[in-house]
Design a protein. Structure first.
Length: 99
């Protein structure tokens, strides 16, 4: 069986960095200064920019949900780790035998 070691402090740093990056991306809004030109190509470009801005907004919402989920997973893992740390050797061995 493989053992996985997760450094809780490093994980928290990664979660915080991810949130910061997501907030940076969520602040992006693209626009064009058409200078009053009435061209179909500029209209199409504006449509594309609107779609891009909508995608950035949606991406940001999902990314923040991911960051919150990671935070909850880390908290649950820390609680479980704390519970295991308080177990006696007999409790640990009996739980491994039951599996």
């Amino acid at each position: 069986m493989k053992e996985i070691y997760i450094d809780p402090n490093a994980l928290q740093e990664q979660i915080d960095a991810y949130k910061d990056d997501t907030e940076t991306v969520s602040g992006l809004k693209y626009a064009i200064n058409d200078g009053g030109l009435l061209l179909q190509s500029i209209d199409k470009y504006n449509e594309c920019l609107t779609a891009m801005n909508d995608l950035i907004s949606e991406f940001s919402e999902f990314a923040l949900m991911d960051a919150d989920t990671l935070q909850k997973i880390r908290a649950k893992w820390m609680d479980t780790d704390s519970d295991i740390a308080t177990m006696t050797l007999g409790e640990i061995l009996s739980s491994k035998i039951k599996k």
